[in-house]
Design a protein around this ligand. Structure first.
Ligand code: SF4
Ligand code: SF4
Length: 225
């Protein structure tokens, strides 16, 4: 059965996963599989006021593993006669508001991994604009695959599972974000992106920060002692 093969693959290659049927199909696909990889506690714990070179590499490596997992999941479905549509682990798309204006960044992907993971019951959004996984907290990266294979529903929707982590609006991430991008009123992706590019170009492309992940995880550790 395709789902047994899929479970075995996912158990060996990602930290958690779930699936659900969509109320509104995406590009004609009725089912979605969400995958989670937990980031290294050791790497996250080294972030203080700036990302580290190790975090930059870890971030890219985990994204690559998630892209691999999504594509291999799709190929497994394909071999069993189904189709799939993977969403890139880390890609934001630009758009033109109208014919006269230039392309502008949307700071969003083709489909929101966080939305898919939420629909699969894996966690919820925090006010830091990060996905807070039920078991692993904010230190996760996500991937998404759409399919026409109804068997994926047997992977399970975790919406009734208990949750060790959730956002309780403590406000620590608002205080710690060096860009002022997180506020009680909402998240400003432009401020976050500009700050990362300007402040952390020397780390790599300047596209990662991680302070809000560290802040949320540190608080969670304190709470669970
Ligand atoms: S640091 Fe506090 S307010 Fe920010 S996301 Fe985590 S729990 Fe929510
Ligand atoms: S990644 Fe850095 S700049 Fe962006 S919201 Fe998080 S703490 Fe702020």
């Amino acid at each position: 059965m395709v789902v047994e093969e899929l479970k075995q693959f996912l158990d060996n290659n990602v930290s958690d996963y779930g699936a659900t049927e969509l109320e509104e199909p995406f590009k004609g696909y009725k089912y979605v599989v969400s995958m989670v990889i937990k980031l290294s506690d050791g790497v996250i714990s080294e972030i203080e006021t700036a990302p580290t070179h190790t975090y930059f590499h870890h971030y890219r490596t985990v994204n690559r593993l998630l892209d691999d997992a999504a594509h291999k999941t799709g190929m497994l479905l394909q071999r069993n006669g189904y189709d799939f549509y993977p969403i890139a682990a880390s890609q934001s798309v630009n758009e033109k508001k109208d014919k006269k204006t230039a392309m502008v960044p949307t700071f969003a992907g083709v489909y929101s991994h966080k939305k898919a993971a939420g629909l699969c019951g894996l966690g919820e959004m925090g006010i830091n604009n990060l996905f807070i996984h039920k078991k692993f907290g904010a230190a996760v990266r996500l991937s998404t695959v759409f399919t026409n294979c109804p068997e994926v529903l047997q992977l399970g929707n975790k919406k009734d599972a208990s949750s060790a982590f959730h956002c309780d609006n403590c406000g620590l991430c608002i205080k710690e974000c060096p860009a002022g991008a997180i506020t009680a009123e909402g998240f400003n992706p432009q401020k976050c992106s500009d700050y990362m590019k300007n402040a952390f170009q020397h780390i790599g492309r300047g596209a990662v920060c991680g302070i809000c992940i560290k802040t949320c995880m540190k608080k969670a550790e304190i709470l669970t002692i």
